[in-house]
Design a protein around this ligand. Structure first.
Ligand code: SAM
Length: 259
């Protein structure tokens, strides 16, 4: 058998086996819950900017960006800008790969690819650092609530100019908010691309885990995903991603657009 196919088959088998390993899955969730008390996701940087993600999810999005090769990534929830910078740097790498493959000269500041970020509160020091970053030429930011009609309209207008769109939802983690985001932005996802809904793991955590937050068990991004999928058969949960990651903030949150 072809060695590459053989290796891929082995990995797929590993992932299937993990999916059936209830003990390992529980241990992974226990670790996730235990690390949350130290705000573990705050510990990382992408090209110098704080990114509030598990390293595993960063790798998963990197794999999706390579697979989908989006020309537009829409992300709600900017915070310090780390995820914007991270995904923008992957778009810049796609530009570089295109230039190498087509044997053309690349102007790294000119790109047909874009990272569009939306946040209700882009703090001045974060905006300054993002705008001063070398990846800024790939980034556009919109300030406002991601579910405000005028913001949705602005995002839709930008999206009109793009063909392959990937969406990441990582802003306010209540059921109602995420459901409204899904209604507004998931339809912009291209077929065979993904809408990634972060922090679905809140549903699997103890009910008293976030006493100072409005979200918790029964009211969180995962419950919104489940509600949305009832009437949106064009999306399905790509369980193979959470199975291979084990440690993820987005179980049931990697939604693939299949039609
Ligand atoms: C979890 S952080 C985003 C983390 C970022 N994506 C990263 O990976 O580093 C959530 C962000 O959502 C923003 N946010 C809260 N409510 C929002 C709303 N209604 N619309 C848009 N953004 C909102 C907050 O200001 C905060 O910056």
């Amino acid at each position: 058998m072809d060695k590459i196919i053989e290796f891929n088959n082995e990995v797929n088998k590993n992932i299937e086996n993990i999916a059936n390993d209830k003990k390992l899955k529980k241990q992974s969730l226990d670790w996730n819950i235990a690390s949350a008390q130290y705000n573990y996701t705050y510990n990382f940087r992408s090209l110098g900017r704080p990114i509030i993600q598990f390293p595993q999810d960063i790798v998963a999005v990197q794999e999706l960006i390579w697979e989908v090769k989006p020309d537009l990534i829409i992300e709600t929830g900017i915070a310090h800008g780390g995820s914007l910078i991270c995904y923008a740097s992957m778009l810049a790498l796609l530009d570089m790969c295109d230039a190498i493959e087509s044997d053309s000269i690349l102007d790294p500041k000119q790109s047909h690819r874009k990272l569009l970020g939306v946040d209700i509160d882009i703090r001045a020091h974060n905006r300054k650092a993002i705008e001063a970053h070398p990846m800024a030429s790939h980034i556009q930011m919109i300030e406002g609530s991601s579910i405000a009609p005028e913001i949705i309209e602005q995002v839709r207008k930008v999206a009109k100019g793009y063909e392959r769109i990937l969406v990441c939802l990582d802003s306010y983690h209540t059921h109602d908010h995420v459901l409204e985001e899904l209604e507004a932005y998931a339809p912009l996802t291209s077929v065979d691309s993904y809408c990634v809904v972060f922090d679905t793991v809140v549903e699997d955590m103890p009910a008293d885990m976030f006493p100072d937050r409005p979200w918790g068990s029964g009211n969180n991004p995962k419950t919104a995903v489940w509600e949305y999928l009832k009437t949106h058969p064009e999306f399905e949960i790509d369980k193979s991603i959470q199975n291979k990651l084990l440690i993820t903030v987005a179980p049931d949150g990697y939604l693939k657009r299949i039609s």
